[in-house]
Design a protein around this ligand. Sequence first.
Ligand SMILES: [Zn+2]
Length: 149
Amino acid sequence: MRFVPTYCPKCGRHALTSQASINGGVAICAECHATTQILPGESYGESDAGLFAELGEKLRGMSPTNAAQLAAELEGRNSAPPGRGLRRLIKLLPTLAILEFSVSDQPAVLRKVEGMLATLLGSIASSRSQSGMMAAVNVESQLDNRKAQ
Ligand SMILES: [Zn+2]
């Protein structure tokens, strides 16, 4: 069975979701049962779910602008030696260093980690306009409420 990356806008959680649980292009968050976004990118095996969730946790709370900058470090990763993009990311985000330590001798795993990070960072970066707009609307409606009172 294949697993695809998803993002839940409600609880902010990235996860790998089994294709069998996706009906009509809709996947449900295992945590809060909201509808998740299915992210573009590769599909994975069940054994990768833990790694994907761990990476998602490490990137949690990152600003979209920051994510876009980090995602740029992974551009062209498939024509570069495995691990080069990851090493560039670690310089900018030292919490990822533990990864290189555990997988540095496995080129296939390095490629996989880089692919997962590209998917995650792309997802966070693309949430920029959405969350920015929502925040602005909330502030404005609060101001309106205060004026009305
Ligand atoms: Zn959720």
